[in-house]
Design a protein. Structure first.
Lengths: 114, 112
């Protein structure tokens, strides 16, 4: 299957700082990438859909000014958690969609805000 | 009612057993059906992908889609302890921009 690389795999930051998470499709071009958040023992919650070269579409209840998404190229999308607070601590996962409509996921990033 | 329903389990089986995982859905527009395996603290791994109805087999895994009943299944033959993980069904429609709708996930434990 296709490979999506997500970095970092885990990060600890101080409250009030910003954190950037990168998501790269290594062997395919992802015109659409998705960002999810997952709480323990729960399914994935879609945060936003990003299309290359255009603004991201955020799901209801997701603060676009807090979770900045940039999809600068067909192989790279970034999620920046701005002014992070402890309640932002979670597991964040990206996925890229191929032309065959399959979706492949990154390894996930565990964010802890202290 | 959720768009996709999946029994969260947990499901515990002995090694070598046949495992059956199921999801039901309500949106008849869904055309793309996927099964993912997720180990703890890892991203989901695509196991099976099916377009529209029918069966698909890959090694010990078989995926079935019955659009008339709005029901999909994943069968795991000769289950192994390494199959212990959470299994997520996911589906999408043609006109939803690729947005996946996930089931709640079923936690599977295969005991040696």
């Amino acid at each position: 299957g296709a490979v999506v690389s997500q970095h970092p795999s885990w990060v600890i930051c101080k409250s009030g700082t910003s954190v950037k998470i990168e998501c790269r499709s290594l062997d395919f071009q992802a015109t659409t990438m998705f960002w999810y958040r997952q709480f323990p023992k729960q399914s994935l919650m879609l945060m936003a859909t990003s299309n290359e070269g255009s603004k991201a579409t955020y799901e209801q209840g997701v603060e676009k000014d807090k979770f900045l998404i940039n999809h600068a190229s067909l192989t790279l999308s970034t999620l920046t958690v701005t002014s992070a607070h402890p309640e932002d601590s979670s597991f964040y996962i990206c996925s890229g969609r191929t032309g065959r409509k399959e979706a492949f996921f990154g390894q996930g990033t565990r964010l802890t805000v202290v | 009612q959720k768009e996709v329903e999946q029994d969260p389990g947990p499901l515990s089986v002995p090694e070598g057993a046949i495992v059956s995982l199921n999801c039901t859905y309500s949106n008849s527009a869904f055309q793309y059906f996927m099964w993912y395996r997720q180990y703890s603290r890892k991203g989901p791994e695509l196991l099976m992908y099916t377009y529209s109805s029918g069966n698909k087999e890959d090694g010990r895994f078989t995926a079935q889609v019955d659009k008339s009943s709005k029901y999909i299944s994943l069968f795991i033959r000769d289950s192994q302890p390494s199959d212990s993980a959470t299994y997520l069904c996911a589906m999408s429609a043609q006109n939803q921009g690729g947005k996946l709708i996930f089931g709640q996930g079923t936690e599977l434990s295969v005991k040696p």
